[in-house]
Ligand binder design. Structure first.
Ligand code: ADP
Length: 741
């Protein structure tokens, strides 16, 4: 299908409307022109008739006056001299120019143009003059040029009767100028050519160029047409050659005619003027309409196109929003699209919710299944767990009972200690199970107060040190930092840290180590328990807080119930804190707990002399950002060997920057490849923050290519060290940098 734009169709619409209107107006104009022409023709004929009547009236009026003169007794009695005098006197009043009396022989008997008595000519009688003598009726002569008077003239001839016979013809001569005056008096339009013709078709008077054409014949075609009918209209060329519309009238009494020629250019000029005006208006209208059609089409186009993107967006789950449109139909479509989008969105949301719900159900089911399986395993092993300390208690108690007083003192003490340790273990198992039971029924009892972090850490360390020693694990606590007070439940916090610490010892490797430390972050204090154990496989990490889930260690000799971390998380959450961990197989794990700092007022109120508070820590702080635990441990060993330094570590860019902002270390050493970014990100992050922008940064990289080292120095690292680490190089750089700091 041949497709066209809206603009094209609108332009067609405009042309379709304007063009017929234009053709119609041209048609009407032509008809009106025809009508006007007919009216003009009619009016011109009427004018010609009126003009003819006026001339007739003039001539016949004069003829009557001449007839009165002809009835003079003097003439009839032959007193020609007396008549000569009387006629000469009367002539000016009558409007004639001269009087001539002729007898039937053609002999002029008197002529007022000459003195009476002068010899006068005898001329042959003209046809018209003979008619006067023959019929006794007056005639009007045709135009003639009288050579003796040097003027063109016409004469009105009337008979003079004596005894019933025509004895003379009395003629009054009128110069044709007088006819010209009659024409001029009519005030016709100046371009109309008007002429008076005698009965021979000779021009007796003319409005245009009379000196050239008066006395000559009218145009042949005009004379032919005007000879056929007494009045009418014809299209001819004037004597000057101008095409004219000529109206004429012929007097039946005198045989004379009037012709009025209207130049055709004058007639058509109006037509063309109107036509031109019409065409200009039409073109202007057409241009205006096309312009308006263009503006409207652009608006319609824009409106229609505005639906394109929302219509395409219908395929996506996004909610389509279409602003109000000025075109009702487009607006309706927009509303329909919005409704459709809403329906689609609702169904997508519904589907997503269904999917989510299904997923949640599946997940919950999996967890429930795992929990139930773990619970069954737990119950199965619980008897064993309970039986182990119980049998120890019962065994040692029996030994004590049976031996009576004979038992050596040391043995008694050892047996008693064994009984106490087993009952403590039993008590802990029972406490955990009770805690779990109370959490499951929705009760978490915490009693928060403002606490001294170091005091809590010292308390925890005492217990952990003992268990670590028993297992040959090196336990260290870093209680040297200046830490703000926190708000937490002391007993519960100790319970959580003991759980994390005992896990770190339990799941460690032979001769491994555990570090307990704490750092202030923004508005929290983070307690960290780091171990060098086996680590937790990534695929099982999400199960770690599930109750009764021991991630497979139930198959080993390690005692446990699989609910310690579940309880810890519930307790930390109840204290408005957070718990988390990072762990790498073969490297070890880091569990952390964040608890809110006490605000100033609460801290002041609770401030009491602390046995554990240390003097202000003036040591140089070195932050090492590295994700490989063995590397961290090596660096820790090196730095802790230096006097007056404190070692802090972070495993990610984010954690490193966070610690740097809150602790403001004197030096930062960073690995280049970190789990969430590069050493360059550490450098950029430190430089972009006013608090850390001046801290010197050392890069430690395994990539020892010279170009790479050069790039790092260019990037702004103070020094670039390569792995494996050359300790003397590092020491030298540390000494130089820290001295400068
Ligand atoms: P359990 O009584 O088994 O220690 P927990 O809830 O404390 O129960 O811990 C759940 C499981 O998480 C443990 O059984 C162990 O598999 C794993 N786990 C906890 N801490 C560590 C750690 N520091 N290193 C390795 N594995 C750990």
């Amino acid at each position: 299908m041949h497709q066209r734009t809206i603009r094209f169709w609108l332009t067609c619409l405009v042309i379709g409307c304007v063009l017929p209107a234009t053709l119609g107006s041209v048609f009407l104009f032509t008809i009106s022109y025809q009508q006007q022409r007919t009216i003009l023709e009619r009016n011109t004929i009427a004018t010609a008739r009126a003009l003819m009547l006026a001339i007739d009236a003039e001539l016949f009026g004069l003829q009557s006056a001449v007839q009165v003169l002809a009835s003079s007794q003097r003439l009839a009695s032959g007193d020609l001299f007396g008549f000569y005098r009387k006629a000469s006197e009367a002539l000016p009043n009558m409007g004639g120019n001269y009087i001539v009396v002729t007898d039937p022989t053609g002999q002029q008997r008197l002529n007022t143009l000459k003195p009476f008595g002068d010899p006068l000519p005898q001329l042959p009688l003209s046809a018209k003059l003979r008619r006067v003598f023959d019929t006794g009726e007056p005639v009007i002569s045709d135009f003639f040029a009288a050579p003796d008077i040097g003027q063109s003239a016409i004469t009105l001839e009337v008979p003079v009767f004596a005894n019933g016979k025509v004895i003379y013809s009395l003629a009054m001569g009128i110069f044709v100028d007088r006819l010209g005056d009659i024409l001029r008096r009519q005030n016709l339009p100046p371009d109309w050519i008007t002429a008076i013709y005698d009965s021979n078709g000779t021009i007796a008077a003319r409005t245009h160029k009379p000196e050239q054409y008066v006395g000559g014949k009218g145009s042949a075609s005009f004379l032919r047409t005007s000879a056929e009918v007494s009045e009418g209209v014809t299209e001819v060329n004037s004597l000057e050659g101008v095409p004219v519309l000529s109206a004429f009238n012929r007097s039946l009494r005198s045989g004379w005619a009037i012709g009025i020629g209207i130049p055709k250019t004058a007639l058509t000029e109006n037509l063309w003027r109107s036509m031109g005006f019409n065409a200009a208006i039409t073109l202007a209208l057409l241009a205006l309409s096309i312009g308006m059609a263009r503006i409207i089409s652009v608006r319609i186009n824009r409106s229609v196109r505005s639906l394109r993107i929302p219509a395409l967006a219908l395929g996506t789950p996004e909610l389509v929003s279409i602003p109000d449109n000025e075109i009702v139909e487009v607006n309706d479509i927009g509303q329909a699209l919005m409704k459709a989008s809403q329906i689609i969105r609702e169904s997508v949301v519904e589907r997503e919710q269904d999917e989510l719900a299904t997923q949640e159900i599946i997940q919950a089911k999996q967890i429930a299944e795992r929990t139930s399986r773990a619970k069954s395993e737990f119950l199965a092993s619980m008897s064993h767990e309970l039986r182990t300390p119980l049998s120890a208690i019962s065994g040692f108690a029996q030994l004590l009972g049976h031996s009576g007083d004979t038992l050596a003192r040391e043995k008694r003490i050892r047996y008693t200690e064994n009984i106490i340790e087993a009952s403590t273990q039993l008590g802990k198992i029972i406490d955990d199970v009770l805690d779990m039971a109370s959490f499951e029924s929705g009760h978490v009892n915490v009693n928060c107060e403002v606490l001294d972090c170091l005091e809590v850490m010292a308390e925890v360390s005492r217990t952990l040190e003992v268990s670590a020693r028993k297992r040959g694990i090196l336990f260290t606590v870093d209680t040297s930092a200046n830490l703000p007070s926190i708000v937490a439940d002391r007993g519960r916090l100790i319970q959580v840290l003991l759980n994390l610490g005992s896990n770190a010892i339990k799941y460690n490797v032979e001769a491994g180590s555990v570090l307990l430390t704490a750092l202030p972050y923004d508005d929290v204090v983070r307690f960290i328990v780091r171990d060098t154990g086996k680590g937790i496989p990534a695929e099982r990490q999400r199960e770690i807080f599930e109750p009764f889930n021991r991630l497979g260690v139930e198959l080993t000799q390690e005692e446990g119930s699989g609910i310690g971390l579940t309880i810890s998380r519930r307790l930390v959450q109840a204290m408005d804190g957070k718990i988390g961990f990072e762990s790498f197989v073969g490297q070890g794990s880091k569990f952390w707990v964040e608890l809110p700092m006490a605000n100033e007022i609460a801290a002041k109120m609770a401030r009491r002399p602390s046995l554990f508070a240390t003097a202000a820590d003036t040591r140089c702080k070195i932050l090492y950002i590295e994700d490989k635990i063995p590397n961290i441990e090596l660096m820790r060993a090196i730095i802790e060997d230096l006097s007056h330094t404190r070692f802090i570590d972070a495993q990610t860019v984010e954690e490193g920057l966070k610690i740097a902002r809150s602790l403001k270390p004197d030096l930062v050493i960073t690995d280049i490849h970190l789990p969430d970014g590069k050493g360059f990100d550490v450098l950029r992050g430190l430089r972009n923050d006013d608090r850390t922008s001046r801290i010197p940064v050392i890069a430690l990289t395994a990539d020892a290519m010279p170009s790479n080292m050069h790039n790092m120095e260019l990037a702004g690292f103070h020094h670039v060290l390569t792995k494996p680490l050359k300790i003397p190089d590092l020491m030298e750089i540390l000494r130089a940098t820290l001295k400068a700091a």
